[in-house]
Design a protein around this ligand. Structure first.
Ligand SMILES: [Zn+2]
Length: 94
């Protein structure tokens, strides 16, 4: 069931209506002023992107900014955490 949007020619309010048919009505009653002088308008659409797409579209300068922010920070290196880890085999009796 599509949602159609209408704009009132009297008060300029935009109203939406869920219509149980793919044939939209020519006009609806305005929810603001109750007038019937409305016309259908083209609705905006939402575009959903995956996280991968969003990340791939990021400006490359952000990568450089992150690298610059992490420069000199030993905790930015994954090997830092590996050096702090204790192997699970330690402390296990033979
Ligand atoms: Zn109106």
């Amino acid at each position: 069931m599509p949602i159609y949007e209408y704009r009132c020619d009297g008060c300029n309010l935009k109203s939406s209506v869920l219509w149980r048919s793919y044939t939209p009505p020519d006009a609806i009653e305005c929810k603001g002023c109750g007038g019937g002088d409305t016309h259908r308008v083209i609705s905006s659409v939402a575009l959903h992107k995956t996280m991968g797409t969003k990340l791939s579209e990021l400006d490359s300068r952000y990568d450089k900014m992150l690298d610059a922010a992490d420069a000199g920070n030993p905790r930015a290196d994954p090997n830092y955490y590996l050096s702090k880890a204790t192997p699970l085999s330690e402390g296990v009796p033979d």
